[in-house]
Design a protein around this ligand. Structure first.
Ligand code: HEM
Length: 207
């Protein structure tokens, strides 16, 4: 395997490569007032459902599990589904969102690493989002906002450990690029979803 000639640490490379789109995404999401009421929050949850449905295959990929032990147990898809049930999102909409997410076929392990970076990283921002959800909607880690719960080791510890594994991998430049492209793909998918569901979601879900 060719060693990377790019000396930037892998997790920093991913962070820098996705910084602009993350920035744009979180400003857009907050602009749409996702915690204004249950109908707005339903749109937010559906966005999470699409993202986690797309990423789920990566959590069960054997090659990825060989690289990142126990990643299978970190999947938050079931928590998102329970949140959707708590918020009474109609089952047809949930199925539609899952099907759309599942259209992604992420078979390349380096692409898988990129998707994982984006999904696992989203637990960091969730610390702040959880406060809003609790204050505005009265939801919690055990009802409606289960997918935002911190890992039992704590968010920061889990993220540090995850990044340490990423940074210990020996990847060549092409593999790093494949991972970055996939991390961006996950962000773009979410951004498109936000514009599709969170702008019109209120009408669609409540109407
Ligand atoms: C309104 C929505 C969001 C807000 C306000 C937000 C906010 C944040 C904040 C404050 C951090 C840094 C936390 C820290 O360093 O302790 C962070 C990290 C991150 N978020 Fe978000 N986020 C949002 C949505 C998302 C979504 C939907 C995704 C995935 C598609 C995502 C992916 C990430 C990633 C990958 C990181 C880790 C960056 C790194 O340090 O490498 N975020 N987010």
């Amino acid at each position: 395997m060719t060693q990377s000639v790019d000396s930037e640490v892998f997790s920093v490379y991913l962070k820098e490569g996705t910084h602009a789109i993350h920035d744009q995404l979180d400003r857009r999401v907050m602009q749409l007032n996702p915690f204004a009421d249950n109908a707005h929050y339903q749109g937010f949850l559906r966005m999470q459902l699409r993202l986690h449905s797309a990423g789920e295959q990566v959590y069960h990929n054997q090659q990825i599990n060989n690289l990142i032990p126990e990643i299978e147990q970190r999947s938050r898809l079931n928590a998102v589904l329970q949140d959707c049930a708590d918020l009474a999102i109609p089952i047809e909409l949930q199925q539609h969102d899952q099907q759309l997410g599942q259209l992604f076929k992420i078979t390349d392990p380096y692409a898988g690493l990129g998707w994982l970076y984006t999904i696992e990283g989203s637990t960091l921002g969730a610390a702040m989002l959880l406060k809003h959800v609790k204050n505005s909607l009265g939801l919690s880690e055990t009802y409606g906002a289960r997918h935002m719960a911190a890992h039992s080791d704590g968010r920061a510890t889990h993220w540090r450990e995850f990044k340490a594994i990423l940074d210990s991998l020996t990847l060549n430049d092409l593999q790093r690029k494949q991972a970055l492209d996939a991390a961006k793909q996950a962000f773009y998918f979410v951004t498109e979803t936000v514009d599709e569901i969170m702008v019109t979601g209120k009408k669609e879900v409540a109407g």
